[in-house]
Each structure stands twice: as C-alpha cells, then as structure tokens.
Design a protein around this ligand. Structure first.
Ligand code: AHR
Length: 518
C-alpha cells in the first residue's frame, strides 16, 4: 500500500497557483476589543455518516477479518485521518436511512443480525454488521460526541424510547441488560438525539403541523437517564422552507433544544453537474450558491428570534455541502463524488459563514464523512486519499471552541452570477490559549490579493510570532486521486511581512490561508 503523509509536505514556500492578471487589495482589521466572549462551538465542524454507498462499509468499517489494516474492524487509515481532524460530533445512521432503520437489527451476535435491502440507496444489501455498538464505540475511540438520528417515519415511540434506554440506562432493566449481554457494561451517555430526519420528504412526507405533533409524542417517551440530559433535535426545513421553521417553532419550540436545516449547494437537482469538469462560470456560480446559505440562515434565524427571543432553541445545519453527479461508472444510489479545489472553497466559505452566526448555530454536519458527497476521505480497496475539503477542516480546527473576533474589511463583489455575488474576500478570526487564528479565502480564479492585516490590543507585531498554512492548487479542477502524489494539500505559508500595526502578505488566486498570531 502506498502511503502519503496526512499533511502534505510542509516546507515549500508557496507561489501563486494562477497567473495573476491583476491584484486586489484588502485592508483587514481584527477588532479584538469588540469580541464579546462568543465561543465558536466545536460542533460546527461536525461530520455526518450514513448507511449509504461506501460510507460505512469500506469507509469507516471493514470488519475485523478484513485484510485492510483495521482496529477492531475500523479502517485504520480512515480512523487515523479522522483522529487528526479532531472530529467533535458525528451524526448517524442517516439521513434518509434513519427513518428506515430499526436499531434491534444491528445489535447482538453478527450472524443473527437482520439483513435488509437499503431501499433509499440503490437497494444494496445491508447486513447490519455495523450497528449501535460499532458506531458508539467508534465515537468513543475518536473522542467525538455521537448524534443519533432516530426513526420517526417508519418506527414507533416505543422503539425509539427503548433505543435511548439501551444506550443510556444504567438500571438493571431488561433492555439495559441486553446491552450488557452484548458486551457493553456502561451506558454511552448519548446526548444528541434527532427526532426523525427530513420529515417533509424521505422521513415520512409529512406536513410541519403533523410532524410537530409527532415530535411532541416521541419526545414524551425519550427519557433522560442518570448522567445525561438528552438534547432533542427537531427535523428541520429544506433550505428555503421558512414555513417549516415557523410552524415547528410555534408548535414545539418549548419542547425542543434545536431545530435543523439542510442546505446543499445544488443548482439543478436534475443535473447536478460533474464534480471535476466545470468552466469559470460553473466555478463562480456554485460558490455563489454555497454563499446563499448566509441569507437563508439569516431568514431562519429571524423567525427564531421572533418566536424564541430568549434564544432557547438552537439552529443546527445538520446536512450541508456540495452534491455533484456521481462519478461515471459508479452506482447512482451511492452518491460517490470526487472533490476538487472548488469543493475546498465551498467548505471554507461556508465555515466562515457559520462562524458568524454561532449565537444560534450550534452545530453543522458536512455530508458526509467518507466516500459520499463532500467527503473528507475517499477509499478504494486498501488505498485512501484525503480530499481538499479534508485539508480545510484540518486548517479550521484551530477555531474549535475559540472566542469569535469580529473582523472589518472592505469586501466588494468580485463576480455576479445568476445565483448571486461572490466577494473578493472572506475572513473569519478567533482567539484561544493566547493565540489568534485568522482564516481567509480568496475566491478569485485569476487575481492575487494583497492583504494588510492589523490588530488592536494583541501584542505588538514586532513581538508577535506569525505563521501560516495555505491550501491552493495549480488548477481549481485539481483533486487528489488514488496511486498518485496528491495535487491539493496544505503547505506552510511563508511570505508574511511584518508592518508597524500587523502584517502584510499576498494571497494567491483561489487560495485559503489560516494564520496563527502568537
Ligand atoms: O446526504 C444524503 C441525503 O440527503 C440524506 O440521506 C438526506 O437526509 C438528504 O436528502
């Protein structure tokens, strides 16, 4: 097996990926004095894993008898890559699969587990060899919080209540004893519980009024057990369905901890276009569509602010990301796609948006972690590649649980597209443990950007240590493929000049930089 290091070679000084036809200038001011203690919850860098295609099988799990190196059945290469990312939370088992999932099918001796057709996703055989124990133990090993998505569409309140009891009860009850008999003495203390998924669609084709009543019913029987208070999440709207948020907030706002929203950067669901083949217009148009998440969440938040002025209910973007046509020759139901530098731009721009709205947004889960949609890693046999999106998450992990710092800069529209504008620059900053981190995105395909960055109260630039990491590619179509040297990976960013008030540097076209000021 050919091995590549998790972080690509770090020593080369980076030069511009594209020939700069002109140069933009930006004056970025960090307003530390305006920071008000708002913490960027680490959960906004969350992941989503569904029984879909090769996300679980071949992705996270190969089984103990596999020739692919594994620990207790978990693929070692994928496990190590995710450990490095410091995944804070992982959602499972779906997605649409969640409302077809019966948890009892996936516990107990392997040979006795129920085999079903995964009817949401290509009819593939699901042998349930990855179930509750396998998922929750994985989260424990990764050090991340599990987020269980419960079955409302085809399940019953009794089934979901017993699942919670199985996972969280330390009583000598029949259900908790079944967990013990299956090899797990201590409860897992699961906190995040989704009451259904996309209840307006694959989760039961419900109206928000009917779903709200079901939420009230299910929530009555999903109880807290010693050591954990459940955090209950209502199945939320599809992107622009503001009525869903309004009706659910009115009907169940006092019963839920959070409501979800799903947002995919798709323009035409009938032709989602190729992941790796696009022209300049296709590049900017999809970045604009990704950025349209900002006004969309602003509108959901405005409804929440009106109906829940005390801010008791959180908003979770528990599915987001790019969704392209599947790679030619792959199962259309498996949603396997490549990931280019364009996907990395979508990831960084979206994370910069989430970091601004953490007053309400407390979690986001990119879809999905392995081999499905905008994945962190892709696998083929015993090989694994880290996608450009992986590197963005790796660069952004410094913002986890850090204090948000407001940033001032003059961002003009760089390009107008049918889906809105793409700005000349996107910036987000935070501070933690005596360091400031700043993440900047230059979306331009052909213009470098000269940035002067200053700060107010932090130590003088003369005394500060400044370092940086950059993600860029020779070509935005570049992606990391199996068996060849990776083309898109993060490298040390070196050309940083100190000025009287801060620093100055040049961002290559189509690049993402995270700086550390200490
Ligand atoms: O992430 C793929 C699918 O997209 C999920 O199963 C579903 O919730 C959404 O429609």
């Amino acid at each position: 097996m050919k091995k590549f290091s998790l972080i690509c070679a770090v020593l080369a000084t980076v030069t511009a990926g594209f020939s700069a036809s002109a140069q933009q200038k930006a004056d970025v001011k960090l307003r530390e004095s305006a920071a008000d203690g708002t913490i960027i919850p680490k959960e906004i860098y969350g992941q989503f894993s569904e029984h879909l295609g090769r996300c679980i099988y071949d992705g996270l799990w190969v089984g103990k008898d596999s020739e692919i190196p594994n620990v207790d059945g978990y693929r070692l290469d994928v496990f190590n890559a995710l450990k490095e990312l410091q995944v804070p939370v992982m959602r499972w088992p779906g997605g649409c699969f969640a409302d077809d999932y019966h948890w009892m099918d996936g516990v107990g001796p392997l040979e006795q587990r129920t085999k079903i057709a995964n009817n949401n996703w290509g009819g593939t055989l699901e042998d349930n060899s990855f179930g509750t124990h396998e998922f929750l133990n994985l989260c424990e090993k990764l050090g991340c919080e599990p987020y269980i998505s419960g079955n409302v569409g085809s399940g019953t309140p009794e089934e979901l209540a017993k699942w919670v009891e199985y996972m969280n009860s330390d009583a000598p009850s029949t259900v908790a004893n079944m967990r013990r008999a299956n090899g797990r003495e201590e409860p897992w203390h699961v906190k995040y519980l989704g009451i259904g998924n996309e209840a307006w669609g694959c989760g039961g084709n419900m109206r928000p009024e009917y779903y709200s009543d079901l939420f009230r019913r299910y929530t009555t029987y999903t109880r807290d057990y010693k050591g954990e208070r459940l955090y209950k999440i209502a199945s939320g709207a599809s992107d622009y369905d503001y009525n869903w948020t309004e009706v659910c907030l009115n009907a169940i706002g006092d019963k839920m901890d959070a409501i979800a929203v799903h947002y995919y950067s798709v323009i035409d669901w009938n032709d989602k276009t190729a992941a790796t083949k696009f022209d300049d217009e296709g590049y900017y148009k999809f970045l604009a569509k990704a950025l349209d998440i900002e006004p969309t969440i602003q509108k959901h938040i405005a409804i929440m602010d009106r109906l829940d002025p005390e801010g008791k209910v959180d908003l979770l973007v528990d599915e987001w990301g790019t969704w392209w046509n599947v790679e030619p020759g792959t199962n259309p139901g498996h949603l396997y796609q490549q990931s280019t530098m364009r996907d990395a731009m979508v990831a960084a721009l979206s994370l910069n948006v989430f970091q601004k709205y953490t007053r309400r947004i407390k979690m986001a889960n990119i879809a999905q972690v392995v081999n499905v949609l905008q994945a962190m890693v892709l696998t083929k046999g015993d090989q694994m590649v880290l996608t450009p999106t992986y590197h963005v998450f790796n660069m952004y992990k410094v913002h986890q649980d850090a204090e948000f710092i407001p940033v001032e800069f003059d961002s003009k529209p760089l390009v107008w597209t049918e889906k809105g504008a793409v700005p000349t620059l996107s910036v987000s900053a935070s501070r933690k443990d005596g360091a400031i981190h700043v993440s900047l995105v230059n979306p331009s395909l052909d213009q470098a950007q000269k940035v002067t960055l200053s700060w107010e109260t932090f130590k003088s630039s003369a005394k500060a240590n400044v370092s940086g990491v950059i993600l860029s590619a020779k070509d935005v179509h570049d992606f990391n493929d199996f068996g060849v040297e990776p083309k898109v990976c993060n490298k040390e960013f070196k050309n940083i000049k100190k000025t009287a008030k801060g620093i100055e540097f040049e961002m290559p076209a189509a690049s993402i930089i995270t700086l550390e000021i200490k």
